[in-house]
Design a protein around this ligand. Structure first.
Ligand code: MN
Length: 264
């Protein structure tokens, strides 16, 4: 940033990011830990995420702007240690505009149980497509790490494991979910947790579980993806926020050019 340029984020996108924090907490996907970010729509090499704060407590004033090296832009407040997850995924994936990192409880078993993969078991989880990729931090830094993605090198390795998939499992740690926008990343985080729970229940009943086929996941995902706002608006109501159009959906962007400075 140079001169007197001010950091700004549309009021609607700041609103979605705050709502995303509260929804993820309300749905049990994050607790005191975990975070969600949005790529800046005008500066594609920047993203917005809360300062170091429990997601359930985040307000628009807590949002900070970062570059893709994980450096805060004109802001000296304390930031999340694992912001490199977001930075490196935005660097690697130009199609991604929302990222959630969390430690949702039903997903963790799939990061540590050998011979088992998180796979789509129901039509709401068609976005999973096939077996979820797994990031093994020991392949980067050997044994003895704290398992956190605490620098750009680890973030890039995680992004490489994610590849072109919607999410990546992190051994003994959690999951990181990518979306075309914040709402989709939140939706996928909530339903990845649900899929994990249902898959474990099915596997407890029988060793022979029928998963969605590739054709079924493609078709189910295309249908469900057009309905995201229905769930989003319900989840928003549960956290006491009014419904709004998706600010990262081009068809609803016009008329939302009022900008705010959330960090001030
Ligand atoms: Mn973490």
């Amino acid at each position: 940033m140079t001169g007197r340029e001010r950091l700004m984020l549309t009021a609607a996108l700041a609103g979605d990011l705050v709502d995303a924090n509260h929804i993820l907490f309300d749905r049990g996907i994050v607790d005191g830990f975990g975070h969600v970010s949005a790529r800046d729509p005008d500066h594609k090499d920047r993203f917005w995420i809360s300062r170091n704060l429990a997601p359930g407590m985040v307000t628009a004033e807590d949002l900070m702007c970062f570059d893709l090296d994980g450096n805060a832009v004109d802001d000296d407040r304390t930031s999340y240690l694992e912001r490199y997850i977001h930075a490196e995924i935005y660097r690697a994936r130009r199609d991604v505009h929302g990222v959630v990192h969390n430690h949702s409880p039903s997903v963790i078993p799939f990061t540590v149980a050998k011979g088992v993969s998180l796979r789509p078991v129901c039509h709401m989880c068609g976005f999973l497509r096939k077996e979820a990729p797994l990031f093994e931090i020991r392949e980067c830094v050997g044994d003895g790490s704290n398992l956190l993605i605490s620098d750009s090198r680890l973030g890039a390795a995680l992004a490489k494991s994610l590849g072109e998939e919607p999410l990546v499992l992190m051994r003994g740690h959690g999951i990181t979910v990518a979306g075309a926008n914040v709402r989709q990343a939140v939706f996928r985080s909530i339903y990845a947790e649900l899929n994990a729970k249902i898959q474990m229940q099915a596997m407890a009943l029988s060793p022979d579980v029928v998963y969605l086929s590739q054709a079924e996941t493609d078709n189910a995902n295309a249908t469900i993806d057009s309905q995201l706002d229905r769930a989003w608006n319900l989840w928003k109501q549960q956290v006491g926020a009014p419904a709004r159009p998706n600010p990262q959906n081009r068809s609803t962007e016009i008329g939302d050019r009022q900008r705010v400075d959330p960090a001030r």
